[in-house]
Design a protein around this ligand. Structure first.
Ligand code: ATR
Length: 285
């Protein structure tokens, strides 16, 4: 990747369908201002049928970087020139870097999550026994990033147990990974040091839902939730009551953006500023 040199405004943005809810423009806008970089980060509503043309537009308009969100993270892959290992591993792209017309797809979700987990809850994941709830797109990127940290083992539990087994199978050779169904969660929790929720269960507006029975948790365990709205899900609130250490999804969101910005600019991202603007927009503190 060539380092970005500022001889014209830095053009960045995010494509998705829908896109109006995205907090990325506010986060990256604040980051650009804090770095003193002239440029803009704009939300762009791109329908699936316009995705290929939109990718061509990145080159034509000279955008340096684009974030890709739902539902385009997988569909965008064939239109790019190169895929970084992170994108190949996760099977999805959330960040595109434009080097003079050459578009490379990255996935910063998994590494963003792991950076946040290590910074805020579990500095050393080596040997840790990790239970991952969910086997969807989010789980895929996170499991591959976790395996690079040499955990003792990863168990993936999913409502549709076949999907958990398939994901575990796809990770063979990268570490000790198993897939199970929801009925086996009770046993698996007993063997776990860290539980991570990658499902959407408990996300606003369904804030009374929880992806597992928290009575199963032991004091001292780390419980992490990818959801950042609400900042503390029911899973996290109940885990706290059980004496667990909790880790919410805000740090993942900030860090996936921070990695993207670092790839685009070659500069360290102002993560404090980025975190603050999201907290403000969520009405937190
Ligand atoms: P994402 O890309 O955000 O991970 P996804 O690929 O649709 O989204 O995956 C959502 C995950 O949440 C899946 O693991 C899903 O379980 P299934 O594979 O059985 O569908 C899980 N999930 C969603 N709603 C759920 C619910 N009410 N109870 C349990 N798991 C749920």
């Amino acid at each position: 990747m060539t380092e970005y040199k500022q001889d014209s405004p830095l053009l960045l943005g995010v494509i998705g369908d829908p896109i109006h809810h995205s907090k990325s423009p506010a986060m990256h806008g604040a980051a650009l201002a804090a770095l003193g970089i002239a440029g803009a980060y704009v939300p762009m509503h791109v329908k699936p049928e316009a995705l290929e043309a939109a990718v061509q537009g990145i080159r034509a308009l000279g955008f340096r970087g684009i974030n890709v969100t739902i539902p385009h993270k997988v569909a965008v892959m064939p239109f790019l020139d190169r895929l970084d290992e992170s994108a190949r591993d996760a099977g999805a792209v959330n960040t595109i870097v434009n080097d003079n017309g050459i578009l490379t797809g990255f996935n910063t979700d998994g590494i963003g999550y792991v950076r946040s987990l290590k910074a805020e809850a579990a500095p050393d994941l080596r040997g840790a026994r990790i239970l991952v709830l969910g086997a969807g797109g989010a789980a895929k990127g996170i499991v591959t990033a976790l395996l690079r940290e040499q955990p003792g083992g990863v168990v993936i539990a999913n409502r549709t147990s076949d999907k958990a087994r398939e994901l575990a199978e796809a990770c063979q050779g990268k570490g000790v990974v198993a897939g199970i169904g929801q009925a086996e969660i009770a046993d698996a929790v007993q063997q776990a040091d860290i539980v991570i929720n990658t499902t959407s269960v408990g996300m606003y507006p369904h804030i009374d839902d929880t992806p597992m029975d928290t009575q199963l948790l032991r004091p001292g365990m780390i419980v992490s939730d990818l959801i950042y709205n609400p900042l503390r899900t029911r899973l996290l609130l109940e885990s706290l009551e059980r004496g667990c250490m909790i880790h919410g999804g805000l740090g993942m969101f900030v860090n996936q953006g921070a990695y993207a910005l670092e790839y685009w600019t070659g500069l360290p991202a102002p993560t404090d500023v980025m975190r603050r603007i999201i907290l403000e927009s969520l009405g937190g503190n």
